[in-house]
Design a protein around this ligand. Sequence first.
Ligand code: CMC
Length: 391
Amino acid sequence: GGVTTIDPGYKNTGSCVSGITFLDGEKGILRYRGYSIEELAEKADFLEVAYLLIFGDLPTSSELEKFHADIKKHAVVDDDVKKILDAFPKSAHPMGVLASLTSALTAFNPSSVNVDSEEEMYNAIVRILGKFPILVAWTMRKKMGLPLDYGSSSLGYVENILQMMFKRPDEDYKQNKILVNALDKLLILHADHEQNCSTSTVRIVGSSHAGLFASLSAGISALWGPLHGGANQAVLEMLEAIKADGGDTKKYMGKAKDKADPFRLMGFGHRVYKNFDPRARIIKVAADEVLGDLGVQDPILDIAKGLEKEALEDQYFVDRKLYPNVDFYSGIIYRAMGIPVEMFTVMFALGRLPGWIAQWREMRLRKEPIGRPRQVYIGENERAFKAASDR
Ligand code: CMC
């Protein structure tokens, strides 16, 4: 029989049981596998958190060492991937490039497609964890007109990402502890967020037993949109526009509240958090620290703080429980690190990668059925076909 009730946006539909991420939107609590996001952001590094999310427990030193060694074995991509990257115009948005290259990896790694056993899954997982940072770095280098390069296997996972992104030709890249810590923290804060739009996409594509890389590519496309991960780019563009407008935050608050105006205050509101997004709290403090440590003064940070203050005191935002979300301050840190604004959502994807993988693996291990929602049909009743001359 047909269904009689619908739930647009799946606002009240549970799609799975999951043991990965706990989220209490009323209280503003976020935990990965039981560990609070505050503690992980402070004490863990990104690779440990990736292991935790995917396999369920924090790794011992030898487990972490093996995991990292397996990833490093695969930290190379086929040379033809460079040709694909080269074929994109320089103006291409990095998220489109990243989704295409991630999907293209399937062609060069056919053994990662039909994976059923835990071992086959593991091999596909370490492959993509090795190759994805290369795609991210190359996407940025293409944008910046820098030659493509591989990192160094003697570096930590995050240090290597920074080197692959920023190293200039014929120059020794000096690791900057401030940048390493900032990126580690940002990636951890983005690493999972239960059944959000991109993660649900990865799970639903994966539920047809399409390969991991194809599922991730679909997740990247979902993340691209400004209502989801694309918000971090949109926030910075909004703050820039406010600055260019003489810092007139009132005007933009008015636009956000005007129902006739499609403008929304980017970086505000969340489907689940009806209280402060705990990630935003941590990132706001980190933004102050990182900019201070780097000696960067960015007037955009003051505009952001002013806008936040106004919104938190405004009846429209109070009534709708709209608080700053993870994307509100992250771009300010990325910019201080020297990452171009069009790359911000790519950085989100890099952080979310372990979460997507963990959710895909959980879905496959639980042998979940193919995702296939139903509908309520509201179209025409049966009609007789008319020849073109009779229409
Ligand atoms: N500015 C102005 N009004 C807003 C905003 C906003 N940013 N967000 C929600 N509202 C209003 C909305 O117009 C609606 O008002 P009313 O009840 O009068 O019709 C009410 O608040 C509820 O909003 P909704 O659109 O029904 O809520 P949702 O759960 O469908 O959407 C959201 C959640 C995140 C898409 C939305 O808040 C939004 O568009 N925010 C701006 C984009 C953004 O920052 N996205 C990042 C999300 S966090 C992490 C991530 O996924 O990247």
